[in-house]
Design a protein around this ligand. Structure first.
Ligand SMILES: [Zn+2]
Ligand SMILES: [Zn+2]
Length: 182
């Protein structure tokens, strides 16, 4: 059965257009989705925690409600700012029903003191985007380390799992795309 998902792609603060281009190109291949890029929204100072030099991910995500306009609509926010969500010191991303947000801050190889590598960076961005969109559609973490829905405790987990759903999670996504996730 044909499924249709609309993804609103929203830069939060200034985001490298190359990264936005990667996501626009990549996501339709995995989620059978129509992806539309929106103009950037500002990083709200009220979610910034000066003592941590990070934004509260939950606060940014809460502001996305206006982009979720139908039961099969998703919003994916992308920011270059570092994010936290208690009790975790940092998160690569966060999601709840219909809404997802990723941070590129800890996805760049340079963050870990190694030379820049656009291929590695690209795959990490894609993987984290699909992971958070999976949560936004209602999927929980998967115990299979090769599935995109496996929990990434550190960047090595992200590099190992890659952007693909395992068979079982893929079937669940197909089903959710038909019935919606509200
Ligand atoms: Zn997760
Ligand atoms: Zn899985």
């Amino acid at each position: 059965m044909a499924t249709h998902i609309d993804i609103a792609l929203v830069p939060v603060g200034a985001v490298d257009p190359v990264v936005m281009g990667w996501l626009k190109g990549d996501l339709p291949g995995i989620l059978t989705a129509a992806v539309e890029e929106f103009p950037p929204v500002p990083l709200p100072p009220r979610h910034f925690h000066r003592e941590r030099n990070q934004y509260l991910a939950d606060g940014l995500l809460a502001d996305f409600a206006k982009f979720v306009t139908s039961p099969t609509a998703l919003v994916l926010g992308v920011t270059e700012a570092d994010l936290f969500s208690l009790p975790m010191n940092f998160v690569f991303g966060i999601a709840n029903r219909g809404r997802a947000l990723i941070s590129t801050f800890r996805l760049r190889p340079e963050f870990y003191g190694v030379p820049s590598n656009p291929e590695v960076y690209h795959l990490r961005v894609f993987t984290e985007a699909v992971h958070e969109l999976g949560h936004a559609m209602g999927l929980a973490h998967c115990e299979f380390p090769g599935c995109v829905m496996y929990f990434s405790n550190w960047i090595g987990d992200t590099d190992r799992k890659g952007p693909k759903f395992c068979f079982r999670c893929g079937k669940r996504i197909e089903r959710l795309a038909e019935v919606g996730w509200e």
